[in-house]
Design a protein around this ligand. Sequence first.
Ligand SMILES: Nc1ncnc2c1ncn2[C@@H]1O[C@H](COP(=O)(O)OP(=O)(O)OP(=O)(O)O)[C@@H](O)[C@H]1O
Ligand SMILES: [Mg+2]
Length: 319
Amino acid sequence: MPEPSTLSAAAPSFAVETQDVRKQYPGVLALSGLSLAIPPGEIFALLGPNGAGKTTWISLVCGLVRATSGRASVFGHDVVHDAVAARKLVGLVPQEVGFDPFFTPREALRFQMGYFGIRPDDARVDEVLGAMGLSAKADTNTRALSGGMKRRLLIAKALVHRPRVLFLDEPTAGVDVGLRRDLWDYVRALRAGGTTIVLTTHYLEEVEALADRVAVIDQGRLVTLDTPKELLARHGSRRLRVTFASALATSPGVLSEGLRAAGAEIDATGRVVTCPIDARDLSPVLAAFAAVPVPVVDIETQQPSLEQVFLELTGKKLS
Ligand SMILES: Nc1ncnc2c1ncn2[C@@H]1O[C@H](COP(=O)(O)OP(=O)(O)OP(=O)(O)O)[C@@H](O)[C@H]1O
Ligand SMILES: [Mg+2]
């Protein structure tokens, strides 16, 4: 991974770079010195609990919110001092759905192109509507679109001017599995065409399926940044889950010293014990379970999940 460098318009190494950005709202420090550098062509995920600062960071890079301090650039264009150039390079799918209900998708896309100083081009409008599965609704009033179709239109609007960086702020919140998969395919195709993608999501499967790297943020700060695979390797562990025929709490000396030392925990029912395991040799821990004087009725291994990593890193559940 390239090291963050100083901002340079001549040869930008990063599609998006922020250096020590802070955002102070009255009474809330939404970002407290966040530095991130995203190379071109990456699919980069921002993960964090509600209120972590994800939307604020994206809004700041897209020029919708002004940082209290620090700097942000898009392909070397400072978002404040070179705002027009920076803005033209980004497309944003906002978290909140908001539309003028009296326009049709076709009109909305034509306006969007005009807004970016591009001549409205029906071929491009049709191409984007087609890609989003909205061709049949091109000339229908937006208020007559379903919720999922409105989300698709938001994505079409963010794409129509061919941005080099696409920000997707929870693009699949409340969206059915079919559309979610379609969107993943589309995001991969965009990246194959050279677009850099930044997305926030509360679906960890989305991060695992798509992201090259993931930044976990909490309270406006970076907690960790790595590939999903590395995060899992560093923080996740496989676990053994053993179910007993009856609650262990009633048996004397249920968990041996060895099991407790290995980090075994009993759930609230008293019947299920989970224990982190070292993949190389399961025999000692299996022997320790076998020594418990209650019959084992089920045994399974659980793969590490990003959910577990996230919980460990932030102490919070994701959603
Ligand atoms: N316009 C605003 N005025 C005041 N406070 C704000 C404003 N926008 C955001 N905040 C606060 O800044 C913090 C970060 O909010 P932000 O929307 O960036 O979080 P988020 O990570 O996107 O959360 P979520 O997962 O819920 O979308 C929150 O405490 C929020 O209440
Ligand atoms: Mg948000």
